[in-house]
Structures are given as structure tokens and as C-alpha cells.
Design a protein around this ligand. Structure first.
Ligand code: FE2
Length: 172
């Protein structure tokens, strides 16, 4: 319905999720693959900013895929506060309020963190290191106020042994 680089990006996110999950005792690689593959499914309706999160959520919920639906929204919010978003809320006030409450009340698990991490290391062309992705995002969106916290959270998830100070998020 809406061909674009997001489809190859999604395939790489799925592969990364599956590969990492296969090395974790408590994660299912097949489940991780599906969550990664469909996390951006809301983009099937066309080019949009944060609306693709809600579109994906609704697409999955109408099919009973509630865990995928959750990831469709949570993958964009490593910090559980929608005001930390770097995108545009191209939706009405009611939908924005729904997203705000959903994120604030969501109970994140390791699959949410896994998709967030893999979303950040999967370009349409293939995998890249986190730091390269950071530069890519900063050049496209600018240096918004929460970017450093976002970077700290992402690095903390990718390597829990490093002590990045991230007050807005716990990797526990
Ligand atoms: Fe993505």
C-alpha cells in the first residue's frame, strides 16, 4: 500500500530482534522477529509522523495482535513521556491524549526494549552501530532537548554494564 524504505528497515529490525533474542535465555526469537517485523506496520497507510504509531496499533488490535499493537506505540518512546518525542503529532487531540495515557500506563518488558534497540541499529540498507544512527537522527531532526537522554537510554540498553546516567529510564 505504501512502498518505501520502511519495509527493508522493518526486515532488518526483525532479523536483529531474532538474532539477539536467540542469545537470551528468556526471549523467544520467533516472537521477537514478528514484533520487529511489524513495529512500523502503521506506515502501510502512507507517509506520516507519530500517526504511524497509532495506525499500527489499531491495525494490530483489530486483528487481536495485542502484543504487536503495544510495540507499535512503545518502540518510539524509550522514555515513557510523549513530550520527549522528536516527531510531529499529526493527529487530533483525542488521539494524542490516548497515546499519552497509553505510554504513561504501559508496562515495558524486554521485548519493548529489544525492538527499541533494534529499531535504532537497522537502516534500510542494513545494520549500523548506534552512534552512526545517533548522528543520522540528529542531522534529520536537529538537536532537540531530550536527545542526550535518549542516547543515554539507548546505550544503557545496549550495554547494561556501562554506567550511563539516565534518570528517565531504568534498564532493570
Ligand atoms: Fe522503525
Amino acid at each position: 500500500m505504501s512502498p518505501g524504505p520502511w519495509t527493508d528497515h522493518s526486515r532488518h529490525v526483525a532479523a536483529a530482534c531474532s538474532l539477539i533474542a536467540a542469545h537470551c535465555d528468556d526471549l523467544d526469537p520467533d516472537k521477537a522477529y514478528v514484533l520487529g517485523l511489524l513495529h512500523d506496520i502503521g506506515r502501510r497507510y502512507g507517509v506520516s509522523s507519530e500517526r504511524h504509531l497509532l495506525d499500527g496499533y489499531r491495525y494490530c488490535m483489530t486483528r487481536g495482535w495485542d502484543e504487536v499493537a503495544k510495540v507499535c506505540i512503545t518502540h518510539a518512546f524509550m522514555i515513557q513521556d510523549i513530550d520527549t518525542s522528536i516527531g510531529v503529532f499529526d493527529m487530533d487531540d483525542e488521539d494524542r491524549l490516548f497515546m499519552k495515557r497509553f505510554i504513561e500506563n504501559a508496562s515495558y518488558d524486554e521485548y519493548d526494549s529489544l525492538v527499541q534497540l533494534c529499531d535504532a541499529i537497522a537502516m534500510p540498507e542494513g545494520f549500523c552501530i548506534l552512534e552512526k544512527r545517533f548522528v543520522d537522527v540528529a542531522l534529520r531532526y536537529g538537536l532537540c532537548g531530550h536527545l542526550l537522554d535518549f542516547w543515554r537510554c539507548m546505550l544503557a540498553v545496549s550495554n547494561p554494564r556501562r554506567a550511563y546516567r539516565c534518570t528517565a529510564f531504568s534498564t532493570a
